[in-house]
Design a protein around this ligand. Structure first.
Ligand code: SF4
Length: 233
């Protein structure tokens, strides 16, 4: 009884509404999947257990912030800080901290032991997100703090701001936005279908239907509607 009710709670709250602007987590992501998100295209639902893991990640953030707020050698200047409002992207960093000399944007990421143990450098997609925080906060240094969900072990990496990388990420999102407005489904990413983004992509099935290359959304939309009804993705 409880299991079904708890699962339903998560599934009902699953965010699959139309998206109107980019989130920091969209930085560096497949333009086609972003297009489908904006158009609220049919997607494979996430399992309730995966959604619970996201919630678990939030609790881990609180666990990390607790000591940081008490340690004298580090000062939490602000936590859960929104990036300044602008047209293209929104996001909230975990914290901005100071060691008395420098400010750092802190981004906390949690992962299972299997991934954590192999981690010898920060993940590229996490650097992308952090670069945008550094850009919008105008802070030249950031820290990616990884937490092992199974053992609660920690690894940290310092990242310097790269204006070139941040501007390129913003330009890519602007380009994707133009395609969204023009109703042009972008091409697949280069590494399709082996890329990690494809392996976890909720739009994988309709992406397969769309095939390679750019296509018009208006005509593709009709094909997906038929597919949704018959295949119930
Ligand atoms: S399956 Fe891969 S290429 Fe297709 S939308 Fe998803 S991430 Fe992009």
């Amino acid at each position: 009884m409880l299991r079904e009710l708890i699962d339903k709670f998560y599934l009902d709250n699953q965010r699959n509404k139309e998206q109107n602007h980019f989130y920091i987590t969209d930085a560096g992501r497949c333009a086609r999947s972003l297009f489908f998100k904006f158009k609220n295209a049919p997607r494979k639902e996430m399992e309730a257990s995966v959604l619970r893991l996201f919630d678990h990640g939030d609790h881990i953030h609180q666990l990390i912030m607790k000591p940081l707020l008490s340690i004298r050698d580090i000062h939490v200047v602000a936590s859960e800080v929104n990036i300044p409002p602008q047209e293209i992207i929104s996001g909230r960093s975990d914290a901005i901290v100071s060691d008395g000399k420098n400010l750092y944007v802190l981004d906390i990421k949690s992962m299972n032991s299997m991934i954590f143990d192999k981690l010898i450098e920060p993940k590229e997609e996490n650097i992308d997100q952090l670069q945008l925080y550094l850009h919008y906060f105008k802070i030249p240094k950031g820290i990616l703090l990884y937490v092992n969900k199974n053992t609660l072990g920690l690894k940290e990496f310092f990242v310097d701001y790269s204006q070139e990388r941040a501007l390129s990420l913003i330009a890519s999102l602007q380009e994707t936005k133009k395609k969204i407005d023009a109703g042009l489904v972008p091409d697949r990413i280069q590494g399709y279908p082996a890329d990690w983004q494809c392996r976890y992509c909720q739009f994988r099935e309709i992406c397969g239907m769309a095939g390679a290359g750019e296509i018009k959304w208006d005509s593709f939309k009709d094909r997906i509607e038929g597919f949704t009804k018959s295949a119930q993705i």
